[in-house]
Write a protein that binds this ligand. Structure first.
Ligand code: ADP
Ligand code: ZN
Ligand code: ZN
Length: 802
C-alpha cells in the first residue's frame, strides 16, 4: 500500500502536522512529493501538499486522496525542506510556509481546463473521444467521464496537451470580455448549418472565418451591429467562446531591449569579482557583501557573475527592491540576457505572475529578476543568488510567515553550494558587522565609475532659519538654489520624507526631541491622553507645554502633507512646473512610471515626492536634490532610525549629478549636528558604522542582541492588556538570565481597525528554547485565538518596529 503524508490547508495550531492518506490505485504511479491534492478532512474537502510518499503508517483508519491537482510537482524537494525551515524559524503554520512560495493563482479558486496542443490524431483513443473535435475540455467533464488520470498525464508529458488555470478571482481589476472562435473547422460547419434567415449569426461566423483572432466583445458588437444575445446563441452552439481578460499589458513585452556586452572591468571590479568566480568554480557556498557607493559598478559585477553561472549551465536569482523594478533596471538584465530573463513584480496580474513562474518551472528561463518573493523561484540548479540594496526593509515580509529574503537566500545558497551576493552602498549594521567578523566575505568598490565625485551636501540649520524670521518650509539657501536651477533650466528633486510624521514632538526653536532615557528612541505622542510614551519599555510622561531644554512654547508634533508642501512650493515659485509623487498621485496603475517619464522629458522643473523617489532614479538633468526634513526619519520610534536616516540621505544624494553636470544636495534639519546627518553628508560609512555600533552595544540592540517582538491584539482594550501581561510573566519565568523582557507597552499605533494592540519586546543573546517556549505560550491561547478573536504574532528579528 502506498501512503502520502500531507500538510493540509487548515491554518490552525492543532492541525499543524502531517496527516496520512491512502493513495488510490489510479494515482499510484503518478503521485509525487510536492504535488497538491484534494483530501477529505472532517466534513470538508481541502487542499493539501504531499510532502512524503511511504509504504506504512501508524494510522489505523486511513482515508483516501480524492484528487490530484498537479501533473508535475509544484514544490521541489528543496522547497519542501525550506517550508519546514521557515515554519520553525518564524513560528508559522507549515501550510502557510509552503503556500508563500507559490504564485497566488495556485492558492486561489480556479477552474482547470485541458487544452489540446497537437493534432487530435496524435492523442490516445480515449482522449480523442474526449476532445471530439474541441480544443479544450474542462476538468469537470474529465471527472464526470472517469478518464484515467494516467492517460492525461501521459499526454501532458508528451507535450500533446496542457493544463490551463482560469482563476475565479475576486480581484477588482478591470476586466473585458473577449470573443474568439472555438475551432476553425467547426466554424465552417456552423456556417453551412446556419440558415440564411439567421443573418446576424451568419455574419458573426463569417467575420470569425476571416478574422480568427480574439476580439473584444464590445468591438465585435459595434462592428457588426449585433447584440450580445446573438453572440450568446453562438456560444451555446459551441462555436464561439467568451472569456474575461484583465486589461493589462506586460510592461516589458513589446519592448526591444538593446543587447549589451560585458564591459571590461576596472581594476577594483576585477578584484571584487575574482573571489565570487572562485567560489562558483569550486561549487562552494559563501556570502559576499559587496559594499560599493552608488555608481561604482555593482550591477556590472552582478551581470558578469550571472554570466558565469549561465556558462556553467546554472541559474540565477536577482532580488531588487520592488520600487527599483523600473524599466531602467529591468532593461539592464534583459539587455544582457534577453529572453532568458523572467521578471516578477507586484504590478503583474495573478495570471501574468503565474506565467513568469511557469517559465521558471519549465526551465524556459534561467534568470529571475524580481522583488522579495522571487527568492522562491523553483530553480533546481542555482549558480548564484544576488540581493541588491540588501538594506531595504521590503526584503522582510511583514505578514506571516515573517521571513527575510536574505535568510532564504542563504538557505538556498547552502543547499545549492553557490554564492550569495548582498550588495549595497549602505549595508545594514547586521551585515556589515558579519562581514567585519569574517562571516561574510567583504568586497569593496570605493570609486565611482569615471571617478565622478559624489555631490556636495550642504546642511541647513532650520532653527537658524526660524530665528531669521523664515517660517516657510523652504530655507533661504534652498530657495536660492532652486531659483538658480530654474533659471538654468536644470531640474530639481525635492524629498519630503513622510514616514514617522506626527508621532513625535520637536521644539522648532532648539530642535529638541524627547527621548526615552532607557531606550534611546523618541517618545511617541499619544494625542488622546496627551502623553508621551516609549513603546519599547513602559516609560511615559505627560506632554510638556514648553520645551524642557529652552522653555520655548514652539514645541509641537511634526507633520505636513505633500499636497500642502506642493501648494506652498508653487506659491514661492509660481513659474515652476511641479510634479508631485506620493501615494495619492501614484495609486493608479502605471502612474508612477508616467510621472517619471514626464519628468525625464523635462515637462516639469521640480519633482516633489516621498521616499519613493529616493531610489534608482537616474536623470541627467537633475543638478539639485533637496531634503526638506531630514529629521522626520531620525525620530521615528525605532532603534534603527539613525541607520535609516543615513541610508536615505546617502541614497537621495546619489540622485544628483550622475552625469556630466555636477550635482548639489541641500539637507534641511532641526538637528544638523546629529551624527547620522553629518556623516551621511560626508559619505562616511565606516565612521557611521563605528559610532552606531557603540550605541547599539550600549542599549543592547542588534547586532549585539537578537530581538523578538510579540504583538497582542483584541477588540477589548482591557483584555489585550491582560493577555500581554500574562505573556510577559510567562516569558520571564521561561527565559535565561541575560534575556530582557520589556513591556507590556502599547504599540506605536495602538488601535488599528478597532483592535487594541499591545506588545512586548524580547532582547536576547542566547535563548535556545525561545521558539519552543513561544510556541507553548501561543498554544495556551489556542482556544481564545480560534473563538475569541485574539491575535498573537511574533516577529523574530523585526525590521519594522511600528
Ligand atoms: P551601481 O550598480 O554600483 O550603482 P552601475 O553598475 O550601475 O553601478 O555602474 C554605474 C555606471 O557605470 C553604469 O552606467 C555602468 O554602465 C557603468 N559601468 C559599470 N562598470 C563599467 C566598466 N567596467 N566600464 C565602463 N563602464 C562601466
Ligand atoms: Zn527647545
Ligand atoms: Zn524606553
Amino acid at each position: 500500500m502506498k501512503i502520502a503524508s500531507v500538510i493540509v490547508d487548515v491554518p490552525s495550531m492543532a492541525i499543524d502536522h502531517v496527516f496520512d492518506y491512502r493513495i488510490p490505485d489510479r494515482y499510484k504511479d503518478s503521485l509525487e512529493e510536492g504535488m497538491r491534492v484534494i483530501i477529505p478532512f472532517g466534513p470538508r474537502k481541502v487542499m493539501g501538499f504531499v510532502i512524503e510518499i511511504k509504504t506504512n503508517t501508524e494510522v489505523k483508519e486511513l482515508k483516501e486522496i480524492d484528487e490530484v491537482l498537479d501533473y508535475t510537482p509544484v514544490l521541489t524537494q528543496e522547497l519542501l525542506q525550506l517550508g519546514t525551515w521557515i515554519a520553525n524559524r518564524t513560528l508559522s503554520f507549515q501550510i502557510t510556509s509552503l503556500q508563500v512560495m507559490l504564485p497566488q493563482i495556485l492558492k486561489a479558486k480556479y477552474k482547470k481546463e485541458l487544452w489540446l496542443l497537437a493534432e487530435e490524431e496524435e492523442l490516445s483513443e480515449t482522449l480523442q473521444i474526449l476532445f471530439a473535435g474541441r480544443v479544450m475540455v474542462t476538468f469537470e467533464e474529465i471527472e464526470e467521464r472517469n478518464i484515467p488520470y494516467i492517460k492525461i498525464r501521459t499526454a501532458i508529458k508528451d507535450g500533446l496537451a496542457e493544463v490551463r488555470y482560469v482563476v475565479k478571482s475576486k480581484e477588482t481589476r478591470k476586466k473585458m470580455t473577449w470573443a474568439e472562435p472555438v475551432d476553425a473547422f467547426q466554424l465552417e460547419e456552423g456556417f453551412m448549418e446556419t440558415s440564411n434567415q439567421a443573418k446576424k449569426q451568419k455574419a458573426i461566423i463569417g467575420f470569425f472565418l476571416e478574422n480568427p483572432e480574439p476580439i473584444l466583445l464590445k468591438q465585435l458588437l459595434t462592428k457588426l451591429h449585433t447584440t450580445r444575445s446573438t453572440v450568446q446563441s453562438l456560444v451555446s452552439r459551441g462555436l464561439i467562446r467568451l472569456y474575461e481578460k484583465e486589461v493589462y499589458r506586460d510592461p516589458y513585452e513589446n519592448r526591444n531591449f538593446e543587447r549589451t556586452e560585458p564591459l571590461p572591468l576596472t581594476e577594483e571590479q576585477a578584484k571584487a569579482i575574482k573571489p565570487i568566480h572562485q567560489t562558483m568554480d569550486h561549487h562552494e557556498h559563501e556570502v559576499f557583501l559587496l559594499h560599493g557607493v552608488t555608481g561604482s559598478g555593482k550591477t556590472e559585477i552582478y551581470l558578469q557573475s550571472i554570466q558565469n553561472a549561465l556558462d556553467k549551465g546554472q541559474e540565477a536569482i536577482v532580488l531588487v527592491p520592488e520600487i527599483s523594478l523600473t524599466p531602467q533596471m529591468v532593461q539592464r538584465f534583459k539587455g544582457r540576457f534577453g529572453s532568458d530573463v523572467a521578471v516578477m513584480h507586484s504590478g503583474l496580474s495573478a495570471g501574468e505572475k503565474f506565467d513568469e513562474w511557469r517559465k521558471v518551472q519549465r526551465k524556459e528561463v534561467r534568470v529571475v529578476v524580481g522583488a522579495r518573493s522571487a527568492i522562491f523561484a523553483p530553480f533546481e540548479n542555482l549558480g548564484i543568488i544576488i540581493i541588491d540594496e540588501e538594506h531595504e526593509n521590503s526584503y522582510k515580509q511583514d505578514d506571516t510567515p515573517r521571513y527575510h529574503a536574505r535568510d532564504i537566500a542563504i538557505f538556498r545558497g547552502e543547499y545549492h553550494h553557490c554564492p550569495v551576493i548582498l550588495g549595497s552602498a549602505t549595508p545594514t549594521l547586521e551585515s556589515f558587522a558579519r562581514a567585519k567578523k569574517g562571516v561574510y566575505h567583504l568586497l569593496t568598490l570605493s570609486k565611482r565609475m569615471n571617478n565622478q565625485s559624489m555631490p556636495e551636501v550642504e546642511i541647513v540649520d532650520m532653527r537658524d532659519e526660524l530665528h531669521q524670521g523664515n517660517r516657510s518650509m523652504f530655507s533661504f539657501p534652498l530657495q536660492e538654489r532652486i531659483r538658480e536651477r530654474l533659471e538654468r533650466k536644470e531640474q530639481i528633486v525635492l524629498l519630503l520624507n513622510r514616514r514617522g510624521y506626527s508621532t513625535f514632538v520637536i521644539c522648532r526653536d532648539c530642535g529638541t526631541t524627547i527621548q526615552c532615557p532607557h531606550c534611546d528612541i523618541s517618545l511617541t505622542y499619544h494625542r488622546k491622553q496627551e502623553r508621551l510614551k516609549c513603546h519599547y519599555c513602559s516609560y511615559e510622561i505627560p506632554m510638556p507645554q514648553v520645551c524642557p531644554e529652552c522653555g520655548s512654547d514652539s514645541i509641537r508634533y511634526f507633520g505636513t502633507g505633500t499636497q500642502k508642501v506642493e501648494e506652498s512650493l508653487q506659491q514661492t515659485f509660481p513659474e515652476a512646473g511641479i510634479i508631485r509623487m506620493d501615494v495619492d498621485t501614484t495609486r493608479r496603475k502605471g502612474s508612477h512610471e508616467k510621472l517619471l517619464n514626464q519628468f525625464r522629458e523635462r515637462k516639469a522643473d521640480i519633482l516633489l515626492g516621498t521616499q519613493m523617489i529616493a531610489k534608482g532614479l537616474d536623470f541627467s538633468n537633475v543638478t539639485l536634490v533637496g531634503v526638506l526634513a531630514a529629521d522626520s526619519m531620525l525620530h521615528i520610534p525605532d532603534f534603527r532610525s539613525a541607520e535609516k536616516t543615513f541610508q536615505l540621505l546617502t541614497q537621495v544624494s546619489g540622485r544628483a549629478g550622475r552625469h556630466e553636470l555636477p550635482g548639489e544636495v541641500v539637507v534641511q534639519s532641526y538637528t544638523p549636528d546629529h551624527y547620522s546627518i553629518e556623516l551621511a553628508s560626508q559619505y562616511q560609512f565606516e565612521p557611521f558604522f563605528q559610532y552606531e555600533m557603540k550605541m547599539r552595544k550600549r542599549f543592547k540592540y542588534p547586532p549585539y542582541y537578537f530581538l523578538a517582538l510579540v504583538t497582542i491584539s483584541h477588540p477589548n482594550h482591557a483584555y489585550a492588556v491582560q493577555v500581554t501581561q500574562k505573556i510577559v510573566k510567562s516569558l520571564h519565568e521561561m527565559s535565561m538570565n541575560r534575556t530582557q523582557i520589556m513591556g507590556p507597552t502599547p504599540s506605536p499605533i495602538t488601535r488599528i481597525k478597532n483592535r487594541y494592540r499591545y506588545q512586548c519586546m524580547i532582547k536576547y543573546k542566547n535563548e535556545p528554547n525561545l521558539y519552543e517556549n513561544m510556541k507553548k505560550i501561543i498554544q495556551q491561547y489556542e482556544k481564545e485565538i480560534q473563538t475569541k478573536d485574539l491575535q498573537i504574532s511574533v516577529d523574530f528579528q523585526p525590521t519594522q518596529m511600528m
